[in-house]
Design a protein around this ligand. Structure first.
Ligand code: FAD
Ligand code: SF4
Length: 397
């Protein structure tokens, strides 16, 4: 339970000024507010404290000897789900937007922190506190760029709201949990999505230009379970580019350093997580972490069809082989990349095993990144669960 405690205020940092986490800053927005006062304890890249905050949010930290906890964090329930009537223009079927709308219209919360885009640029994030279903719907679909969602925290306090829903990705939610007690809220609900390989707006442009045939018409994209990037274009057409055909050499420095140092892919501190990677193609993947998460899911349950999670295949060889391939920046010719994608989709990891494949590949890459670029941070910054996951593989020096 949150309590109303007086909090210390400091002057928000100026836009564009260097952040305390320096190049590792993910622009989560905390430093744009007077809550910057708490940055040294709250920032996910300065003070990693997932286990302590899990205890605070869920009543326990993950059990490292339980394989599902180890990979997916504290959970009461997992399932695959999709909306029977998907929301047009949502990232997947719109489960996140639907839950948020139900939470607002039922009066459980007075506002929803979410991120719309600016009028000029469909990929430029614009965090808002939505107070109507229309404002929530206007925030649907991923803004695949670093987004300062917490920059609206001052407005939350000024608005006098007491019951709030925050939608966000892992680094935003870690900082939010760290200052939760200072926000003066009676009830905070946290609806998270997994997140990986995010980019700055400039990095996004480079990614689109390097990878898509028509970068200017992309409305959204996703790294899918069929081992291809799916770009959706303005005219509704879908362009598919196999992962193994990506120009890894060109793209190596595209991802933000924060995301190359992140080990909270599955948004460990949200009450409820809605992604896709643990579910069959076309379905979304839901992780209920605590009772508050279940309460949120219940609000939209009548709009969903569900099925149990499944797991098939063995990821380990594919992950081990991807490590030197990424290091060397190997790019296959397009025909070979397509063929490999087809073969792997048929015999490769599926369901939860695909999620483990993605977690393992990213954690091994990120572990090497931190070891090389910030060796002094390695011990404290990498959580124990990530160390265990990485230790399953042979890593180069
Ligand atoms: P919608 O109803 O379309 O709602 C999307 C919500 O996301 C909106 O409420 C909006 O406020 C919020 N949002 C959009 N952009 C951002 C942002 N930059 N920061 C914070 N919040 C944002 N899932 C996986 O399973 N595996 C992944 O690898 C993965 N990578 C992701 C990377 C990024 C950068 C993001 C933002 C999400 C990622 N997801 C991933 C989550 C997944 O893509 C979908 O967002 C999720 O399944 C919800 O889909 P939906 O149709 O229910 O969402
Ligand atoms: Fe501040 Fe957030 Fe950047 Fe950390 S990640 S320095 S808390 S804006």
């Amino acid at each position: 339970m949150t309590s109303v405690l007086p909090h210390q205020k400091a002057k928000a940092l100026k836009p564009g000024s260097r952040r305390p986490a320096k190049e590792l800053c993910s622009e989560c927005g905390l430093c744009d507010t007077y809550y910057v006062h708490y940055v040294k304890e709250a920032c996910a890249f300065i003070h990693q404290q997932v286990a302590e905050l899990e205890e605070q949010a869920h009543g326990r930290s993950r059990n490292l000897d339980n394989p599902d906890d180890l990979y997916f964090g504290v959970n009461q329930k997992m399932m695959a789900a999709r909306k029977t009537q998907p929301i047009e223009g949502a990232q997947w079927t719109g489960i996140v937007s639907s839950i948020a709308i139900e939470m607002l219209t039922s009066g459980k919360v007075e506002g929803v922190v979410c991120v719309q885009n600016t009028a000029e640029d469909r990929f430029q994030p614009m965090p808002v506190i939505a107070r109507t279903p229309e404002e929530i719907l206007a925030a649907r679909v991923n803004k695949p760029t670093l987004s300062p969602n917490l920059s609206i925290l001052e407005q939350v306090e000024q608005s006098g709201m007491k019951r709030l829903l925050v939608i966000g990705v892992g680094c935003q939610i870690q900082a939010l949990r760290a200052v939760e007690q200072k926000l003066g809220l009676e009830k905070l609900y946290v609806l998270g999505t997994p997140c990986v390989d995010n980019v700055t707006r400039a990095g996004l442009q480079k990614f689109l230009e390097t990878t898509s045939k028509s970068p200017d018409t992309v409305v959204h994209y996703e790294f899918m379970q069929d081992f291809q990037v799916h770009f959706k274009h303005q005219d509704g057409s879908v362009e598919k580019v196999p992962f193994f055909g990506l120009n890894t050499k060109e793209l190596k420095d595209v991802f933000a350093p924060s995301c190359l140092s992140c080990f909270d892919y599955v948004n460990s501190l949200a009450d409820l997580v809605v992604g896709y990677m643990g579910a069959p193609f076309g379905w979304q993947w839901i992780v209920v972490r605590n009772d508050r998460g279940q309460e949120m899911l219940d609000m939209a349950m009548s709009q969903l069809e569900t099925q149990p999670v499944m797991s098939k295949g063995d990821r380990k060889n594919a992950v081990q082989q991807s490590i030197p391939a990424y290091e060397k920046g190997v790019t296959l010719p397009m025909w070979a990349a397509k063929l490999m994608g087809v073969v792997i989709e048929k015999v490769g990891p599926q369901g939860l095993e695909y999620a483990r494949f993605s977690i393992d590949s990213h954690f091994t890459r990120n572990y090497l990144y931190v070891k090389r670029h910030h060796p002094e941070k390695l011990e404290d910054h990498v959580p124990e669960y990530a160390k265990r996951i990485v230790s399953q593989y042979r890593l180069p020096e």
